[in-house]
Design a protein. Structure first.
Length: 451
């Protein structure tokens, strides 16, 4: 074992090679598998540290204001590294009651933690602050990512703050304008690639291996180290009363992977005495992890031409699938899939609780409703379970989706033939809230409003 406080270790049980954390690595040089960051924790006192976390909430220190760096004892940085930190007050996202969604799903209570309240409007900021900090520490000048939108927005913002050049590879025509506008506004060089996310990701990985470019996707272990502080913040907010189940959207699977890793660490260190079950929900047209599980395959069952209107999770070959499988195994969790109709209706139901989110976030509520309806075998959920659903992105990331749903104009697919849009797979606007055309007549409006 390396004698440093932090080091890389290959997750492949047949390899387990270890490497200096100061190297620019994303995969094991020996076997090309994924890497974990291992921390030699020294003399952590759970009750004392929980008190310190609580006290930091009232601090004006920028490190404490950040709900990532507030939990820096669990991050792979030494005290001397903190001069490199790039933070923007990320985190501090609320846990909200959702009574209508609870009833809709068939639960007695449902809470959501909304990560869309971050500086750039998505959960990516939790991991980007640590990844950009590591890039500065390594002296990198150019960083890059493949993205369906949220990663690029977050990376561009944090690189702008750090003075680094950001290069974004996006699938042409497959990114919501709300997200694209952010990377453009934050000064990133944006390259539209002919192909889907997996094509863009493959290209970025090759370039990072052949050049000095520093890769910022979730294959970078520092991204996941930042993202796992979501669980620390959640438990801190809940006064360390651990929920029974945590439900997460499944795209590139970095979130669920990071949550599983920190849960293992917290359990081993005595910070928690029970482990919540992680439940991952994927869209039916982009469900590689679900296919892998139900076929009991030892290798990922990828989805070619993955498709879903929930563009943030439109990924057919997720990088972190092995770590996600590990998280499910450790927490006795499960993965399920939902249709475009189920996602759209669940998103509208969240809206009726006064909570906006991007479509991918709504998979969590849709998945809970489906699993409660099935209520059989591995997917059994007790209505009395204490469940927290993770919402990953802000409503304004993809406003066209919301408007089209309520105007009864949302379709699963749109193709272009002879300069005309051909739409197919109409999604029913079950909870439509169309605007009403009224005359500019005061008495008419009074009558309409029953005043």
């Amino acid at each position: 074992m390396c004698d440093r406080p932090f080091f890389f270790r290959c997750i492949n049980e047949a390899c387990q090679d270890e490497f200096d954390i100061g190297r620019k690595l994303y995969q094991c040089p020996s076997c090309s598998d994924l890497l974990d960051i291992i921390k030699n924790y020294q003399d952590l006192d759970p009750p004392k540290l929980k008190d310190i976390f609580r006290q930091r909430r009232a601090s004006t220190n920028p490190l404490d204001i950040s709900a990532v760096w507030r939990y820096r004892e669990f991050l792979p940085f030494e005290e001397k590294d903190l001069v490199h930190v790039v933070a923007m007050g990320e985190g501090n996202n609320p846990v909200l009651e959702t009574p209508r969604c609870a009833e809709y799903a068939g639960l007695n209570r449902l809470r959501v933690k909304h990560l869309g309240w971050n500086p750039t409007g998505s959960f990516k900021d939790y991991g980007m602050t640590t990844a950009v900090t590591q890039a500065r520490k390594l002296g990198s000048r150019v960083v890059a990512c493949a993205s369906t939108g949220n990663t690029s927005a977050s990376m561009a913002a944090y690189c702008a703050r750090a003075g680094l050049k950001a290069v974004v590879f996006i699938p042409e025509g497959q990114i919501a304008f709300g997200k694209l506008s952010q990377s453009l506004d934050f000064g990133a060089m944006t390259l539209q690639i002919a192909g889907d996310f997996d094509v863009a990701m493959s290209l970025v990985r090759e370039l990072s291996q052949q050049t000095d470019l520093y890769l910022m996707n979730s294959i970078n272990p520092f991204r996941l180290e930042g993202q796992h502080t979501v669980m620390l913040e959640l438990f801190d907010q809940l006064d360390w009363k651990i929920p029974d189940r945590i439900v997460v959207p499944g795209g590139n699977l970095g979130n669920s992977s990071s949550y599983g890793k920190i849960l293992m660490e917290l359990k081993e260190l005595g910070f928690i005495d029970k482990v919540p079950r992680i439940t991952i929900i994927q869209a039916r047209g982009a469900d590689p992890l679900y296919r892998t599980l139900v076929t009991s395959s030892a290798e990922l069952v990828p989805v070619s031409d993955a498709w879903t209107l929930a563009s943030a999770i439109k990924i057919g070959k997720p990088i972190s699938w092995k770590k996600a499988m590990r998280a499910l195994k450790f927490t006795d969790g499960w993965c399920d899939v939902v249709s475009e109709q189920e996602i759209a209706d669940a998103k509208a139901m969240l809206g009726l609780d006064g909570i906006g989110c991007e479509p991918a976030s709504a998979t969590t509520v849709a998945g809970l409703r489906k699993m409660m309806t099935l209520n059989q075998g591995d997917v059994t959920i007790d209505p009395d379970e204490d469940v927290v659903a993770i919402l990953t992105g802000h409503q304004l990331k993809d406003p066209d989706y919301t408007v089209n749903y309520h105007l009864d104009n949302l379709y699963e697919h749109a193709t272009y033939e002879n300069n005309l849009v051909q739409k197919s797979g109409k999604i029913q606007s079950t909870f439509s809230n169309k605007p009403m055309a009224v005359k500019p007549d005061k008495d008419h409006i009074i009558q309409l409003l029953n005043l």
